[in-house]
Design a protein around this ligand. Structure first.
Ligand code: CTP
Length: 400
């Protein structure tokens, strides 16, 4: 499966770098080409000469190496590979990746790329379990970065625990899986996200506090499992997910049209906070103060996108998932909502201001299915997304 593929291997600075030499051989044996990149610290552990001798090609090191820029720019270098592997991925390199820092060749390649990335972390056990590293891991997983390891065991520093880099053959197996596509390869999933804006006049609109963070994270997690994702988003503040097809809309009616145009799909996740009402007749001109009467807005109901798609006879996605944003009686309201909307699953959450969920980084949800309700502990939105994506993959996997 690796035969004929092109691998960009970034070697970070850790004692596990010596295993990267064996990894290069194992990849080579399977007929793939390795282009090695050494960080400055990586070159302290293994020499560029041994790396390039094993890879049979130049080991790149410096962002400002003008010869390399003439031969192949760093952007091209980052995109010409089928897969980027970071082994060992140090705590420092992971922190740079999670925060978009690009201050040397390796981190710049990782920021500039649109190629799948697989990392093999290696670090001291305390560094691995530190809250900062755990935050970075959640961010990287949410960004769709693949992980292999670390393993548990005796470490070069004399401690015991998780932090040992995966063995070269484990990394090769993870590379093969990454190149073969994830469990959702060949599946199309539609995700709606963000608020909608319902115009009152050319300058004013009705909106809500949704940031789109949960929807973006779900789309990214689905992309990471190999799905083809259509991301239909209202005007959200959260960053759009990489690797998804983005369709930007403003109003509920535009969102429904965009979802219908994106069908057929295997699954649809309706994470958008759609405005329930719109102004019946929006003014073509800015509504002016006339000093005497206050304007009166008359409302009309927006289409319910989730209920419309769930009720389709032809072309209904096999799995239709809604969200229930509630501020009281979460379980009862959400269970009723599942029946009323005709969807398969409801992801219920309490959006009372005191929870800090709307606009925040964390979420505490209850998954309601035909089998019953399941409380998930409070976790980062990226973790909720990864868990939901896994469940979607499992459900669609059973369906075939
Ligand atoms: N939804 C939708 N179209 C709408 C309203 C809601 O697709 N016009 C979807 C949301 O994306 C979410 C689910 O329906 O997946 C529930 O949204 P929520 O705001 O919790 O429920 P409402 O239908 O608005 O009900 P209520 O306001 O009475 O709680």
């Amino acid at each position: 499966m690796l035969a004929g593929r092109s691998i960009l291997l970034i070697i970070g600075g850790g004692i596990a770098a010596y295993k990267a030499l064996d990894l290069i051989r194992r990849i080579g044996e399977r007929g793939a080409r390795v282009t090695p990149v050494l960080t400055r610290a990586g070159a302290e552990f293994v020499t560029p000469l041994s790396v390039s001798a094993l890879a049979g090609r130049k080991a790149y090191q410096d962002l400002f190496d003008l010869t390399d820029e003439a031969e192949m720019g760093h952007i091209e270098l980052s995109r010409s590979a089928d897969l980027i592997v970071v082994a060992p991925a140090t705590a420092d390199l992971m922190a740079k990746m999670a925060n978009g820092i690009a201050n040397d060749l390796a981190s710049t390649l990782l920021l500039a790329t649109d190629t799948p990335v697989l990392i093999a972390p290696a670090m001291n056990v305390r560094m691995w379990t530190h809250a900062a590293t755990q935050r970075n891991i959640a961010t990287l997983k949410g960004d769709g970065i693949g992980f292999v390891g670390p393993n548990e065991g005796d470490m070069a520093c004399g401690e015991f625990g998780p932090g040992r880099m995966a063995e070269p053959l484990e990394i090769v197996a993870a590379m093969e899986a990454a190149l073969a596509g994830g469990p959702l390869a060949g599946r199309h999933v539609i995700v709606t996200s963000g608020p909608t804006h319902e115009p009152i006049d050319p300058v004013r609109y009705l909106a809500n506090r949704s940031s789109g963070a949960q929807g973006s994270a779900i789309a990214a997690a689905l992309v990471a499992l190999g799905a083809e994702v259509t991301f239909v988003t209202g005007p959200a503040s959260a960053p759009e997910p990489a690797g998804a097809r983005i369709v930007r809309v403003e109003t509920a009616r535009q969102m429904l049209a965009a979802v219908e145009a994106a069908l057929p799909a295997d699954a649809a996740v309706f994470a958008a906070a759609v405005a329930d009402w719109r102004v019946k007749s929006r003014s073509d001109q800015k509504i002016k103060k006339d000093g005497a009467t206050l304007p009166r807005l008359e409302f009309t109901e927006n289409p319910d996108i989730l209920a419309t798609i769930a009720a389709r006879k032809a072309g209904r996605p096999a799995l239709v998932i809604g969200f229930a944003a509630e501020t009281e009686n979460v379980l009862a309201n959400a269970t009723a909502k599942r029946a009323r909307k005709g969807c398969d699953w409801i992801v219920a959450n309490d959006v009372s201001p005191a929870t800090g969920i709307m606009g925040g980084a964390e979420n505490a949800v209850t998954l309601i299915t035909a089998e019953g309700a399941e409380d998930w502990p409070r976790m980062r939105k990226s973790e909720v997304a990864a868990k939901l994506a896994d469940r979607i993959a499992a459900a669609l996997g059973q369906e075939i």
